[in-house]
Ligand binder design. Structure first.
Ligand SMILES: *Cc1c(COP(=O)(O)O)cnc(C)c1O
Length: 405
């Protein structure tokens, strides 16, 4: 059976040479957690919902009859709330009428953007490791996927500026930058972003950013949107979502903004993917974004503070168990090297971890190009999430302590 799906499956390492489709390592690890009762620190979704007052808005929207197709670009309230959010936080001037689009989560925003703006003969650049939907969407578009490696250092995962220049070619159409970065927790510095921005300008490439963790940063790390760098707003599509910021990952309310011409192109594709989504959740997210001086703002600030504490708890436990964690400055995740424990293959370790420590993680190679140099460099690294309640993380820490003995 042929079709684009084979390109997608191959891009994420799910298709063997003889055409056998395997399940993702994410599915395998979640099944392993269910089967063994191990604590699942693999999948990154919160085990506590977002604020009740926003649930109330969604419930009221359903009860008051907001249950048909919302407007194609998104409800006017949400479009305005996104524009106001970008002005308030970053000083960006965004026209809600022509420069914003509401999507079915950041995932659809990414797919629609890549499908709209790239095709066969183009190259799309991303950091590596990368969020797995990137490779699949690039494969669907027919473009080639090239990457810039992030390397583990004492100061988190960092890119090498010489690699940036080398990765761009005359075919580079689009560069997709994720900061704060999943899986590594890196918050790119203004200097790193500037190097990418200058290369994008020199090659006349479009920049797409995935900023879904924009409010979840730690140790005072500053999230810098690419669109705020000099000259970049005119070539940048900025993508974010309510899922991570408000702890409502199941609502699937995302958005993007950028120059009207690019947004029109992306809307043309998005229209035939989902058309619209999440009708009654759009007013709830609009209320959340508009309420940053109130309860919602307090909620997000408290979430970031508590995630920083939970990051410390899990990182300390991993260190005590003999891993070498690489300190994340944002997101839901910490990546740790298992080599000091005597494991050179994260996949093998992840399959054994439920028995050894009662915990499930995800090998970082799941976020790398199969068989590539970054997968090789990060073979012994494992990603764990700390977006779980503190008692759950404490139980995981006790399990991990068994490894160190
Ligand atoms: C969770 C996540 C997404 C998906 O966001 P949705 O709004 O749930 O579609 C996109 N990018 C990254 C880096 C993520 O971690």
């Amino acid at each position: 059976m042929s079709g684009h799906w084979t390109d997608v499956a191959r891009s994420v390492g799910l298709l063997s040479a003889d055409g056998v489709v395997s399940s993702t390592i994410f599915a395998e690890m979640s099944a392993l957690a269910r089967r063994t009762g191990a604590i699942n620190l693999g999948q990154g979704f919160p085990d506590v919902d977002g604020p009740q007052h926003l649930k109330d808005v969604a419930v009221a929207a359903i009860l008051s009859g907001e249950n048909q197709y919302p407007p194609g670009p998104g409800t006017p309230e949400l479009l305005h709330a996104v524009a106001a959010h970008q002005r308030r936080h970053y000083g960006l001037d965004v026209d809600p009428g022509t420069e914003v689009l509401v999507t079915a989560g950041a995932t659809e925003a990414l797919a629609a953007t890549i499908l709209a703006l790239t095709g066969p003969g183009d190259e799309v650049l991303t950091l590596e490791p990368y969020y797995d939907s990137y490779a699949a969407a690039i494969a669907l578009s027919g473009a080639a996927h090239r990457t810039i490696a992030l390397h583990p250092t004492a100061d988190g995962f960092r890119l090498d500026t010489a690699d940036v220049a080398a990765a761009f070619t005359p075919r580079t159409r689009l560069v997709l930058v994720n900061t704060p970065h999943n899986p590594t927790g890196t918050v790119l510095t203004r200097a790193e972003l500037t190097v990418i921005a200058e290369a994008a300008v020199a090659h006349d490439a479009i920049v797409v950013t995935d900023e879904v963790y924009e409010h979840l940063t730690y140790d005072g790390a500053e999230h810098v949107p690419m669109a705020t760098l000099p000259g970049m707003a005119s070539r940048t599509v900025t993508i974010s979502s309510a899922g991570k910021t408000l702890s409502f990952t199941g609502w699937k309310v995302g958005w993007l903004h950028g120059p009207a011409e690019l947004v029109t192109a992306i809307r043309t594709v998005k229209q035939f993917l989902t058309y619209v989504a999440s009708g009654p959740f759009q007013p709830a997210v609009a209320a959340g974004l508009a309420d940053e001086d109130g309860r919602t703002g307090q909620y997000v600030a408290a979430l970031a503070r508590s995630l920083q504490e939970r990051r410390d708890l899990l990182s300390d436990a991993l260190g005590a168990a003999g891993f070498k964690p690489v300190t994340p400055r944002g997101t839901y995740f910490v990546v740790a090297d298992a080599a000091p424990l005597g494991y050179d293959d994260g996949v093998d370790l992840c399959r054994e971890l439920p028995a050894l420590a009662g915990v499930v993680g995800i090998p970082v190679t799941a976020f790398c190009t199969p068989g590539g140099p970054v997968a090789d460099e990060l073979r012994s690294f494992v990603r764990f999430t700390y977006v779980k309640e503190t008692p759950t993380l404490e139980a995981a820490a006790r399990g991990l302590a068994r490894l160190g003995r």
